[in-house]
Design a protein around this ligand. Sequence first.
Ligand SMILES: C=CC1=C(C)c2cc3[nH]c(cc4nc(cc5[nH]c(cc1n2)c(C)c5CCC(=O)O)C(CCC(=O)O)=C4C)c(C)c3C=C
Ligand SMILES: [Fe+2]
Length: 416
Amino acid sequence: MTPAEGQGGSRLSRRRMLGFGGASLLVGAAAGVGIERVASATDDGKQATASAIPFYGPHQAGIATPVQDRLHFAAFDVVTDDRAKLVRMLKDWTAAAAAMTAGKPVGAGAVGGPDVSPPDDTGEALGLPPSRLTLTVGFGPTLFEKDGKDRFGIKAKRPAALVDLPQFPGDRLDPNRCGGDIVVQACADDPQVAVHAIRNLARIGFGVVAVRWSQLGFGKTSSTTPDAQTPRNMFGFKDGTRNVAGTETSALDKHIWADKADGSDWMAGGTYLVARRIRMHIETWDRTSLGEQQDVIGRDKNEGAPIGQKREHDEVDLAKLKPTAHVRLAHPDSNGGVRILRRGYSFTDGSDGLGRLDAGLFFIAFQRDPRTGFIRIQNNLATDAMNEYIQHVGSGVYACPPGVREGGHWGETLFG
Ligand SMILES: C=CC1=C(C)c2cc3[nH]c(cc4nc(cc5[nH]c(cc1n2)c(C)c5CCC(=O)O)C(CCC(=O)O)=C4C)c(C)c3C=C
Ligand SMILES: [Fe+2]
């Protein structure tokens, strides 16, 4: 396997057609058509090019990147014990991810190939711009060891920070919405682009991985761009006011990016992702008075200002908030100064059979170490007044490796 094979989308696809879906004939012609279509699709409008987020770099995109409108988050189980097959798939995923984030189809494309084989790309993103698609990969604790078995010879490389999350008071976790060996976070401004990306990765991974659970999200509940208008969550409050901004380089280095000094060389430049599916009891909240809602959050509902202040971005005066206010308990000053980068989305999956909206927050946070980040804060939230209105029902923790260099692939620092 040469580096070029591992990286170049079209060259890789020509050799790996079977892996992408069975097409192996007339590949040169098919690839030609695919590339031409890509060119016309992206040349049509300047916006298409402008809306591509670079895939390669020192850190993975989709973390400090300005938050996109939509999410498709998928956790996969690895269904083989064959390390070579897993690495092969990660290389194929990388080539596909690099293509899709640039607005190009997977492999030889969706059309123009041989009639007798399924196309490399499923086609629903044909003609759509990149839509700022980012694909971010993470590795769960079970990739390193599952049922006492070191399936891929990487047990010794499990970072100390990749701890299993403890059971928190009030958790009602559904095992079918927890864990996973590998996770992919797809974010884009167009839901079709995000869904297309996950669908094609799942298809490429057939026989190596299987989707364990997934989550769609809309209405971002965080901001990594403080100048932009802060979005609102399903409780109607501005969410993401105080977050780590993508431009805060020193805060990112201190609180988000892992370092060699943390003990795992292969994770330097990476980070740890904690995901929680949090059901919000909307009907109960909607019967709660405005004053009580504001006391629960610790901010006013209109402006988003901290209680006792006037403007959204005014400093929080913790003493002015109720001791059980969410913002007071989550604030860095209540948690040893730690900061996390929140990147969650709202979800609604219709109603729950009892007439209640099945809705909530798909909480995603990136941090340098979950022990001092999410776990510390979540423990402090044990007395949060908001707990009466929410329930954690899904969970996962994953090590997100550093970004991919051109010619490299996802998992290179771990498996290389
Ligand atoms: C363990 C971490 C956190 C969980 C879980 C969590 C759930 C959660 N949060 C809201 C709504 C808001 N959170 C806000 C601020 C905020 N929340 C966390 C952490 C968790 N939230 C932090 C670290 C902060 C920032 C604290 C600070 O520095 O001031 C806010 C206020 C606006 C903002 O600053 O973003 C809201 C609103 C919900 C609804 C929820 C679970 C469903
Ligand atoms: Fe919060």
